[in-house]
Design a protein around this ligand. Structure first.
Ligand code: TRP
Length: 463
């Protein structure tokens, strides 16, 4: 359907690929696992524990849970509703639900661009996780300083960083080439249960076999508001966004492969719930070990790649290898969702075959990622590394802006009939969601954007 009308599905109906020839999830659980796989990623296992540590534990967790409910859940429903209604990639979806050529398609474009940029550096971090599987198998040895220093060596070595980035991107490309059912769904069904099993194992180890379990639980669930501050609240809000894969059309894309008969509201709740539980359980596993060995919880970015390996020297490979396998699996199922957003646009709207689209775009993203993998390269005239620039720009600007516009679109522009049909009712719950999407969620997201720009009136930005 390269040059034909975009919404003409007559040609492909005869194929085995379902309506529009673009594929569907084979099973309901397959969709849940794929969407949960997108949501559960480095954000849950790497970022959540360290920002929780930074903002003092329980109070941050509490605020984060509130953010998931008032921002995350409504936006997750919004994206799934848009995707399933339109049965299109993000760029096509906004046009189909508004009009062909509508300026709202820019939101879709922003999403495709975000997927491109995020995956390029996400793959570099995922590559580190992969590299650490091999380090864990070999065993962490030597002084604490030597073990921590290994991370700097890895990051500082372009050859190694690029090698693992290459392997990770090859895995993502290999899975996405297989398509929805035989690629993404099949692998999510293998990797996600494995991830849950490893995580339960590690948390049990933390609670039962280390002395740090009680302290970890207290740290995560006893609120101490003294370290939180407005800064912590806004970080919680921003994180709720990132961890649920919102703001760039990932859930629009995954929603577009959903069948009409599944209950979208229930699914959105299930995915958000599982994502949150995994973050908390990962926190329990990690902080039990941290407290057991008498370390400090507020370790910032180095928590996973520097602090934990020092502890793993004591625990041995039985704990460390599963840990980094867990991290890698989580990253793979998120990486494929980022790639799928980009690929779906070229398949739906440009008529490329899935194989061509996946190879061409996967390789393009891979090449962009090399800039982030070589930490010595910095952006001309800024003094900032590409990695930091891409990360900062996408999480602080592209995703929140994409999320805000998506929210405004569904709340104020989309036809009520389209919305309500997908939601499944017009009862009190529907009215509640509409109210949130109109008045609460956009205000909260706007606060995150303004904070990123250091423009919030009641905050002190020190300049
Ligand atoms: N949610 C993932 C994580 O927590 C990251 C991710 C995957 C993502 N797909 C996304 C973030 C789409 C934003 C948008 O690691």
């Amino acid at each position: 359907m390269a040059n034909g009308p975009v919404f003409d599905n007559s040609k492909s109906e005869a194929t085995h690929k379902g309506p529009l020839g673009r594929g569907n999830w084979a099973t309901h659980i397959g969709f849940i696992l794929a969407a949960t796989g997108s949501a559960i990623g480095l954000g849950n296992i790497w970022k959540f524990p360290y920002i929780t540590g930074e903002y003092g534990g329980g109070a941050f967790v509490l605020v984060y849970l509130v953010c998931v409910v008032i921002v995350g859940l409504p936006l997750m429903m919004a994206e799934l509703i848009i995707g399933r209604r339109a049965q299109q990639n993000p760029v096509g979806a906004f046009q189909k639900l508004h009009r062909e050529g509508s300026p709202w398609q820019l939101v879709g474009w922003l999403g495709v661009a975000s997927g491109f940029v995020i995956l390029s550096y996400y793959s570099v971090v995922a590559g580190w996780a992969l590299a650490y599987i091999f380090k864990a198998i070999a065993g962490f040895q030597g002084t604490a300083e030597a073990i921590q220093g290994e991370f700097g060596e890895l990051v500082g070595s372009p050859g190694q960083s690029i090698l693992y980035h290459t392997i990770f991107m090859a895995m993502c490309i290999g899975i996405v080439i297989g398509g929805i059912k035989r690629g993404i769904e099949r692998w999510s069904k293998i990797l996600m249960p494995a991830l849950f099993a490893i995580l339960i194992g590690l948390a049990t180890y933390g609670l039962v076999y280390t002395e740090g379990g009680g302290k970890a639980l207290a740290f995560l669930f006893k609120p101490d508001f003294s370290k939180l501050g407005a800064e912590g609240v806004l970080s919680a809000l921003g994180h709720a966004f990132f961890t649920l894969s919102l703001g760039m059309g990932a859930m629009i894309t995954y929603g577009s492969y959903m069948k009409r008969d599944s209950k979208l509201v229930r699914d959105a709740i299930a995915v958000s719930f599982l994502d949150t539980v995994v973050a908390l359980v990962a926190g329990i596993a990690i902080f039990s070990m941290v407290f057991h060995f008498g370390m400090e919880p507020g370790q910032s970015v180095g928590l996973i790649f520097k602090t934990l390996p020092v502890l793993f020297e004591q625990t041995g490979p039985l704990v460390s290898v599963p840990f980094f396998v867990l991290l890698t699996f989580a990253a793979v199922t998120s990486g494929i969702s980022l790639l799928e957003v980009v690929v779906s646009y070229f398949v739906d709207r440009r008529g490329w075959s899935r194989i061509t689209a996946t190879l061409v775009l996967g390789i393009a993203i891979y090449l962009l990622g090399i800039f982030s993998a070589v930490s010595a390269w910095s952006v001309p005239f800024s003094g900032k590394g590409f990695f930091d620039l891409f990360d900062d720009f996408s999480t602080n600007y592209m995703l929140p802006i994409g999320g805000l516009l998506t929210c405004l679109f569904i709340a104020w522009v989309m036809k009520d009939k389209d919305r309500a049909d997908e939601f499944g009712s017009r009862g009190a719950l529907y009215m509640g969601l509409k109210f949130f999407l109109r008045y609460i969620t956009p205000v909260a997201v706007l606060a995150v954007i303004l904070h990123g720009l250091e423009l919030l009136p009641f905050m002190e930005y020190g300049n």
